[in-house]
Design a protein around this ligand. Structure first.
Ligand code: NAP
Length: 257
């Protein structure tokens, strides 16, 4: 099987137990692959896309580390506890969490109703809250942990984006700052990656002309790739990151200055 891997492992995450939500999707698969390549045991969640999950499993098998594939709806309130329990039972602990699962839909502000807003928030914000809370318990016990939240440049910049989606991403950036402050003394570091437009996944929800405007504005004149997202996340999760905490990193190829 031809791997997407663009670099050889440097053992950045050797022996770490890493949970990635939304591993059946575009960015999630890239994050899972780089984490496995760097030596981690990867647990990933998926919801509807069984083929996508199988593709990720095949990639993880190629790297040879133990892995877990968990089919779950993260909007269910008890899902977070179940996932963390499963991982701790299997591997003894959880070192790192990547809150990547998210949804969006192209819909004008005037047409968003309460249900649309709540449903999106249930995954994009409340699931991030619940999983982070479940994950910090074992992390506090071991006085070590890493959390990365996948946000979007829409969370804090004036760009075309559905309002409820932008709100959810702005909110997880607030969660990132505040949680980093609260758990830093336990050796837990919390950061967010504000992604520009990346190949695959939710890019398809962005109207063509907005995608073109993005490429025109990008200093690198292209979209990012899921593996590039994985590279940044892996470093943030690793022990080489000793002082980047509570930060929102703009990962957009130099798009908005
Ligand atoms: N692609 C971009 O250009 C871009 C830009 C900025 C930020 N982001 C962020 O990157 C993250 C990943 O997006 P992506 O582009 O990779 O999209 P994607 O391919 O659609 O992946 C989304 C993931 O979320 C999972 N998911 C959806 N609903 C769920 C639910 N109810 N319970 C559990 N999991 C659920 C999906 O699982 P199933 O498919 O198995 O249902 C999938 O694995 C999102 O947070 C997104 O906001 C993406």
């Amino acid at each position: 099987m031809k791997l997407n891997g663009i670099k050889k492992s440097s053992g950045l995450l050797e022996g770490k137990k890493v949970l990635v939500t939304g591993g059946s999707g575009g960015l999630g698969r890239g994050i899972c692959e780089v984490a496995a390549r760097e030596g981690a045991n990867v647990a990933f969640t998926w919801y509807n896309n069984e083929k996508g999950a199988q593709k990720t499993e095949k990639i993880l098998q190629t790297y040879g580390n133990d892995y877990l594939s968990i089919n779950i709806d993260l909007r269910e309130q008890d899902s977070a506890g179940k996932i963390v329990e499963t991982i701790v039972e299997k591997w003894g602990t959880l070192d790192a969490l990547v809150n990547n699962a998210g949804v969006s839909e192209s819909i004008p502000f005037i047409l968003i109703d309460n249900n649309d807003f709540y449903d999106l928030m249930e995954l994009n914000l409340f699931a991030v809250f619940r999983l982070s809370q479940a994950a910090v318990r074992p992390m506090i016990r071991q006085k070590y942990g890493r959390i990365v939240n996948i946000s979007s440049i829409a969370g804090s910049r004036t760009i075309p984006s559905p309002v409820h989606y932008a709100c959810s991403k702005g909110a997880i950036e607030g969660l990132t700052h505040s949680l980093a402050h609260e758990v830093g003394s336990y050796g837990i570091m919390v950061n967010a990656v504000a992604a520009g437009i990346f190949e695959g996944g939710l890019r398809s929800t962005i109207p063509e002309h907005h995608q073109q405007r993005y490429v025109n504005a990008c200093a690198l004149s292209r979209f990012g790739t899921p593996m590039e997202c994985g590279e940044l996340v892996a470093w943030l999760l690793s022990d080489r990151n000793t002082y980047m905490n509570g930060a929102v990193l703009y990962h957009d190829g130099g798009t908005l200055g």
